[in-house]
Design a protein around this ligand. Structure first.
Ligand code: GKR
Ligand code: MG
Length: 448
């Protein structure tokens, strides 16, 4: 009898991988020399391969492996049913207190990210190949654009020589950005140099400074220096809620007309939730406010909207799901608010996946966050999309439209297996800079 229906998944592989990073500074401390991710690779009965990438570490890896029996054997067209069965089987981890990341406790990030969105991505990749349509055509109202505006994500970088850890060094690279990204950059002048080098290589006209590292006044000096150098550029800062409401108002009021938006300036304080505090901030300062901390699920979003706490939701598809993130883009657009996406260290599979989501976001999304520039060159794809003139090119082939490079994947898996720990820990490197350093959600990392 003739076979009917969509192809079925014949195999699901979960491969943990690691890559190299710089000593990037954030409120949570200093990035370690390595970052980790998990890959999902699906094969189907039509002979196609579908791929997805997500948050690293053992918790997410085990969550994915537990899904294998629910995925293998399923028709790719029934991917929503597969996701539903995963949601029904999922149990809340004992250590998940539901706090989320409103205080940027990065040990909680693995609970905000949902492992199954890597499966959703890989299944959409397969379905797109079956239907001969790019993945963005399968999301929301379909493809809205061919290229997606991205921003240059600027980080203060500490001197790696101060830590006895195996950070990568690219001094012999022929690429000026690759050389620069591994060096110390802690002053306004060096941050302008960082932005100029990125502008030259990728054409960025939008920049976001990762704050929560130095005194707020010092970080605003960097913002002003960037604006002076790029007068028509859009400059944002994200201190991850490090400032008190009073500090945030005092720091940001003079920045009206300088900053394009401010991201998570303050967090919970004095018995008030982060959504209440951000609403008070918005009443006091005439700047659009973005978040990836206080609206990370629909229930938090409801309260954020009810309080009028934010204008821009950076709806990371790894928090919200691929369809969920596009659904958020539709809602925000209909309500006169703005969509964007948050990012973390990632490989080019995430870069591609987010390009498709952003291509399907209706209206005028804000420039996409991506940490990719810090990893560029460590490709797991044979044909990673490029950022040109500040825009990420959306692949126009069926599915994700890219091909995985298994030799590179195996290499990244070997690196992962050599690491003593697979979870992100920004305190370890930080303690070389400030002995005994401990995370404090209200104190910039280098202020102790
Ligand atoms: O890479 O350390 C980092 C960032 O601080 C990341 O963890 C944040 O989640 O960039 C992210 C943000 O926008 O909050
Ligand atoms: Mg943020």
């Amino acid at each position: 009898m003739e076979r009917r229906g969509t192809p079925t998944v014949t195999e699901m592989q979960v491969i943990p991988v690691a890559g190299y990073d710089s000593m990037l500074m954030t409120l949570s401390g200093a990035h370690a020399p390595f970052f980790t991710r998990n890959l999902v690779i699906l094969k189907d009965s039509a002979g196609h391969t579908g791929i997805g990438e997500i948050h690293g570490g053992d918790y997410t890896c085990e969550s994915l492996r537990a899904c294998i029996p629910l995925v293998e054997g399923s028709p790719i067209g029934a991917y929503r049913r597969v996701l539903q069965s995963i949601h029904r089987a999922a149990k809340r981890a004992a250590e998940d207190d539901g706090e989320g990341i409103q205080t940027l406790d990065i040990s909680k990030l693995k609970f905000v990210v949902k492992a199954e969105w890597a499966i959703e991505c890989a299944m959409l990749d397969l379905l797109g190949q079956y239907l001969e349509l790019p993945m963005c055509e399968l999301l929301g109202e379909g493809k809205q654009r061919d290229q997606v505006e991205t921003l240059g994500y600027l980080f203060y970088v500490s001197d790696k020589k101060r830590a006895d850890l195996p950070y990568i060094d690219e001094q012999s690279s022929g690429d000026s950005w690759f050389r620069l990204r591994r060096q110390e950059m802690l002053t306004a002048e060096r941050m302008v140099e960082q932005a100029c080098t990125l502008h030259e290589k990728y054409g960025f006209r939008n920049f976001k400074l990762k704050g929560g590292v130095l005194e707020g006044e010092k970080e605003m000096e960097t913002v002003c220096a960037l604006k002076k150098h790029f007068p028509t550029g859009r400059i944002n800062i994200d201190p991850n809620g490090a400032w008190s409401l009073r500090e945030a108002i005092d720091l940001c009021k003079p920045m009206e007309g300088v900053l394009t938006y401010i991201e998570d300036p303050c967090g919970p304080e004095a018995g008030f939730s982060s959504r209440e505090i951000m609403a008070e901030f918005k009443n006091a300062v005439n700047l659009p406010v973005a978040t990836n901390m206080i609206a990370t699920n629909w229930r938090q979003f409801y309260h954020s909207v009810a309080q009028k706490s934010v204008d821009i939701v950076l709806a990371d598809p790894h928090f919200w799901g691929f369809e969920g993130s596009v659904r958020m883009a539709q809602v925000l657009n209909d309500w006169g608010l703005t969509w964007g996406s948050h990012s973390n260290n990632h490989f080019d599979i995430t870069l591609t996946a987010f390009a498709h989501v952003a291509a399907a976001a209706p209206g005028r999304p804000t420039a996409l966050d991506t940490h990719w520039i810090w990893q560029d060159g460590q490709n797991l794809l044979k044909d990673a999309p490029e950022i040109k003139d500040g825009f990420l090119q959306v692949p126009d082939k069926p599915g994700m439209g890219v091909t995985i490079d298994m030799v590179k994947v195996e290499e990244a898996n070997r690196l992962y297996n050599r690491l003593p720990s697979h979870d992100r820990n920004d305190a370890e490197a930080m303690q070389y800079l400030i002995p005994g350093w401990k995370y404090d959600s209200k104190k910039p990392a280098l202020v102790r």
